[in-house]
Design a protein around this ligand. Structure first.
Ligand SMILES: Nc1nc2c(ncn2[C@@H]2O[C@H](COP(=O)(O)OP(=O)(O)OP(=O)(O)O)[C@@H](O)[C@H]2O)c(=O)[nH]1
Ligand SMILES: [Mg+2]
Length: 385
């Protein structure tokens, strides 16, 4: 079975060496067992978490060649709300569907968020439609690396989806990161939004005068519809093996934070830098992370190598990575479209306005009371003397 699979795939790729890198999981000790599962009638109770990962990787490999074109097409022609399914007796027109669904990429420094955007550009940039802006790895001390970047995949200028590349968090300052994320989730995000943190060098007058910063608030504010958490599996697993649990715990604090519970579903997990681990460690690392985060090891998790250690993007030949990334975006859009809320009707608006009016009146009378109590107090003091 293994030989059969490998042979077909090696024909697709230029060299057996490339095939070994792209179909890395097939060198796992348990792979024979996974291949046998395909022939036997699967006894689900016997499938261990490790086998589930191998089966998931095989699933991606099997669909990749034929499914990629169709999935890509769905993304190119996507209009916001396309994947919405009627629920709760409401019509689509009654739902509050934004013109653009927004996918937020978050993670710790150097986890590979910007590289993932670059990979998206190479995977979806073939469309000849509005392409992704090429993102670059930016120096940490440069204020440009503190700006959010919006990357659009638009069918027209009115509908589609966008991906936000954000400033990476620090393993040592997770609480601060979660707070910042909570603000993004509540208030929304906009292109070129400056993400300043305590301890950042103060921006000079010249930098503050740069038009890119001065006009950034004019960009449209986007409500976040789905979050992708990008994690460097090599860094996290290597630290764990050396008994340093900090990166793993920091990832859990971020992934399971109340900030992300504002979304109706769990974030999608993207594991990068897997190419820096041996096959067994790559599988073990994924297992450990999923176990820690309390998520299934085979659903909603994608092992995506953004840049190889030689500095190349996964190219056309790596159909599995290409497909995995396309499916991850597709899943993000499904989640986004499932999470839309009903539009406010007239009664909701009336309640909304009334509650604002009450707040305003409350504040006004509180101010009056404060003012007159001060005046009364002064008068009393004056009469005493
Ligand atoms: N080997 C390998 N290198 C990767 C991978 N993904 C990213 N890199 C490299 O990791 C480094 C950091 O990647 P970035 O994409 O800049 O990471 P980031 O998450 O945007 O970092 P911040 O913007 O600082 O938060 C770069 O040198 C990338 O080339 C991967 O899957 N494998
Ligand atoms: Mg970046």
């Amino acid at each position: 079975m293994k030989d059969q699979l490998s042979l077909n795939d090696e024909e697709e790729c230029d060299s057996p060496r490339a095939a070994a890198a792209y179909y890395w999981w097939r060198s796992a000790a348990k792979f024979e067992e996974c291949a046998r599962f395909k022939l036997d009638i699967p006894n689900l109770s016997k499938i261990t978490p490790k086998l589930k990962i191998l089966k998931e990787m095989e699933r991606l490999a099997l669909i990749a060649a034929e499914g990629l074109g169709e999935l890509r097409h769905k993304l190119f022609t996507y209009r916001s709300g396309d994947f919405w399914v009627p629920t709760g007796g409401l019509k689509k027109e009654e739902m509050d569907i934004p013109p653009l669904n927004t996918i937020l990429l978050v993670g710790f420094h150097n986890s590979g968020k910007s590289s993932l955007v670059n990979l998206l550009y190479s995977v979806l940039g073939h469309s000849g439609l509005v392409p992704f802006a090429q993102s670059s790895s930016r120096g940490a001390s440069n204020y440009r690396s503190w700006l959010m970047e919006e990357h659009n995949v638009l069918r027209s200028m009115k509908s589609g989806f966008c991906v936000y590349d954000t400033r990476g968090f620090d393993y040592d300052r997770v609480c601060e990161g979660v707070e910042e994320l909570s603000e993004w989730m509540t208030d929304g995000v906009h292109h070129n939004q400056l993400c300043l943190r305590a301890g950042d060098p103060v921006l000079s007058e010249d930098e503050l005068e740069i038009p890119m910063l001065k006009s950034s608030s004019k960009f449209a504010n986007r409500r976040v519809n789905c979050v992708m958490v990008v994690a460097n599996v090599a860094e996290i697993y290597k630290a764990f093996k050396e008994t340093d649990k900090k990166p793993l715990e920091a990832l859990r604090d971020l992934f399971c934070s109340s900030a992300l519970k504002k979304c109706n579903e769990k974030p999608i997990l993207i594991l990068t830098h897997g190419d820096k681990l041996s096959t067994e460690d790559r599988i073990e690392g994924r297992l450990k992370i999923c176990e820690y985060l309390g998520v299934s090891e085979a659903t909603g998790v994608y092992d995506i190598v953004c840049v190889t250690e030689y500095g190349f993007l996964a190219d056309e030949c790596d159909a599995v990575t290409t497909y995995a990334l396309t499916e991850a975006v597709y899943r993000a859009l499904l989640i986004s479209d499932r999470g839309h809320l009903p539009k406010r009707n007239l009664l909701d608006w009336a309640f909304f306005l009334l509650s604002w009016l009450m707040c305003f009146m409350g504040a006004f009378f509180a101010l009056l009371a404060h003012f007159f109590s001060k005046v009364g107090h002064r008068e009393r003091n004056r009469l005493k003397f």
